[in-house]
Design a protein around this ligand. Structure first.
Ligand code: FE
Length: 373
């Protein structure tokens, strides 16, 4: 037997984390023992692009395995993969990373990709993936029955699997819930110097503003965003967690975050002076978004990928999927986690979430014009 030993310096690919099933370990110096008798490809990896090649045909891969690219963290998705494997015997291999690099990778791999399914968050991202020709149309009755129409792509290229509300939070030592009403009213003069917002660079806010454009048109939404900017208590935040910490510390009185960040903060600090509010209950409802998935255009295991998607939307998997991140199940027949349920029921905006993608570019330009950093 001939043994080839290749040593290379591992550098973390931008935003990309390889799962160990792809045999790329994050160590400064790795020895790869590749035996010719297994016919394994050997490469020297120094960059993200090279890492893509390195794991395209993993040593232990077999044609029957389902391969998933996931922008959701391993801790959120691995329990689902394990449960599915235990139930069906289907083996799942996965790569986790940020959505941008994962989509670039899918694009670069083209028809050679081994990915069968892309899992990511926010309809804005899923819409981009479909727009870039990375996903395939699926028309499955089970998915259409389990997932409300406004939480899936009208073209069938992606499906919501959990729901998050991007809603108002407030400091109850400074604000009474009766003072709150709508997203739009956060632009009122009474909130001057009291509002906290996350950066407009985050897709969550791009989607929120895109949905406001869908409701009010560009001119009115631009005025609204300007009125928010005029009320800011401080610079925009890099993430929702920092925003909630700042609010709990008294830096601002109201803000907009995704519901699961509020849940995490309350789990960590139950006594933090933070409360959740459901706006726009007398008109269009709360802006909701999704985490979801789509079968890739060049899936080798298309039928298996559709079956797994169907399973993810089923009553038995929905709690595993949603509760892990304190989200709402997308399947209306499934009850949320007790903490999430304690926030009460509320009216969702039922405009199709694909609008978040369709109007994303307009939203980004509008936020720039409005001075929202
Ligand atoms: Fe998030």
């Amino acid at each position: 037997m001939i043994i080839i030993i290749i040593q290379y310096k591992w550098r973390p690919p931008r935003g990309l984390k390889e799962n160990k099933v792809f045999n790329l370990q994050p160590k400064l110096l790795i020895s790869l023992l590749l035996t010719l008798c297994f016919g394994v490809l050997s490469v020297t990896a120094h960059s993200a692009d090279d890492a893509v090649k390195a794991s395209t045909i993993p040593a232990t891969d077999t044609a029957q395995d389902l391969v998933i690219y996931s922008a959701r963290n391993e801790q959120l998705i691995k329990p689902l993969f394990d449960a599915y494997q235990a139930e069906t015997g289907v083996r799942i291999k996965f790569v986790t990373g940020k959505e941008g690099p994962l989509m670039e990778r899918l694009k670069a791999e083209g028809a050679k990709t081994r990915a069968d399914l892309l899992i990511t968050v926010d309809a804005g991202n899923l819409w981009q993936a479909a727009q870039n020709g990375l996903l395939a149309k699926v028309d499955a009755k089970v998915l259409n029955d389990n997932i409300p129409e406004h939480l899936r792509d009208p073209g069938g290229q992606w499906y919501g699997l959990s729901v998050r509300a991007r809603t108002i939070v407030y400091n109850p030592t400074k604000v009474k819930p009766g003072e709150l009403s709508t997203y739009e009213a956060l632009g009122d003069a009474k909130w001057k110097g009291r509002l906290c917002l996350r950066s407009s660079k985050k897709v969550y806010n791009q989607s929120l503003v895109a949905m406001l454009i869908a409701r009010h048109g560009e001119a009115q939404t631009e005025q609204l965003v300007k009125s928010w900017v005029a009320n800011l208590a401080t610079d925009v935040f890099s993430d929702d967690e920092n925003l909630l910490d700042a609010m709990a510390a008294g830096q601002c009185d109201v803000g907009i975050v995704n519901s699961y960040y509020f849940g995490r903060e309350k789990r960590k600090h139950p006594d933090a002076p933070l409360a959740i509010f459901w706006p726009n209950q007398n008109d269009h409802g709360v802006h909701v978004n999704i985490s979801g998935a789509g079968v890739t255009k060049y899936a080798k295991q298309r039928d298996a990928a559709v079956k797994f998607l169907e399973w993810l939307s089923s009553e038995k998997a929905q709690n595993l999927f949603a509760d892990a991140n304190l989200e709402f199940p997308v399947n209306p027949r499934v009850k949320p986690d007790a903490l999430v349920a304690s926030w009460g029921e509320f009216k969702h905006d039922t405009i199709n979430v694909s609008e978040a993608g369709r109007l994303q570019a307009k939203a980004v330009m509008l936020m720039d014009r409005a001075g929202y950093k």
